[in-house]
Design a protein around this ligand. Sequence first.
Ligand code: C2E
Ligand code: MG
Ligand code: MG
Ligand code: MG
Length: 270
Amino acid sequence: MRFFDESMQSQFEEKMLIENGLRDALRHDQLELYYQPKVAADNGCITSLEVLMRWKHPVLGTVPPNKFIRVAEEVGIIYEIDRWGLFKACERAKEIERELNNPIAVSVNISAKHFHQEHILDILKQALAESKLDPSRLKIEITESVFNKDLKGIISVMDQIQQLGVSVSIDDFGIGYSSLNQLLHLPINEVKLDRQFITNIHHDSKKASVVKMIVDLAKTLQLNVVAEGIETKEESQILNELGCHELQGYYYCKPLPEQEIINFLKGKQV
Ligand code: C2E
Ligand code: MG
Ligand code: MG
Ligand code: MG
């Protein structure tokens, strides 16, 4: 039998701090959305924006999602956080469209946890209705961990999301639970290759072979293929050569707050 030791105590306290802090974050408007472009691999034109959450903590400063999403999932507050993010993202996408005088598509990250509940469908419908965002301009990104249980239920939820006209993307593809075989059966529109496959790909022929195989299969299945985490020109060139449709990473643009991304996009229009 294990006893509740000191390290468990401090882990518990940290979790409580984040959990309580996150409740405040929601109440006091401390969460903020950042935006990172995806570009067409062949000509570098911006195709859409991925929405990435930040927590503007009064003491800790800007807290990245890696520091709070997992805890939020463990304590269950993720449902409220993602709901807030989805509503806000749809609303802001409409506003960015207005600012640019051009339609823009957004991808929103949603915790895999939501896919075990049909409730996500009501949230999506509400967010679309309130924002009046065209559903074809919205994509949901979920990580592969969604496939670790109840595959049937998840497929049904994904199916219904697509029926709303919203696209589904598998994020961080290749490192988690999904096998290539699953790609055949999943109602998805896009795969995003994890950054691990991208980093230094120009110096690693094995990596390049694996990526080529995934890209070719995904294309056979008529899926959109995105490579994330592109940091160099060499990486961007090889991923274009391997057939990826879209690229994303610091090489093009890091995630930016709303006004900065609007300025960035306006700069690209002229
Ligand atoms: P992700 O969706 O796979 O997003 C990519 C992460 O890589 C982002 O980190 C982004 O800032 C970072 N990134 C982009 N380009 C580069 C690059 O060239 N090099 C490197 N080293 N990193 C790059 P971020 O913003 O810290 O987000 C981390 C993860 O948190 C996301 O991974 C996503 O899974 C999750 N996340 C973000 N926002 C939300 C949200 O609103 N809800 C939920 N449930 N999860 C979110
Ligand atoms: Mg993502
Ligand atoms: Mg990713
Ligand atoms: Mg990731």
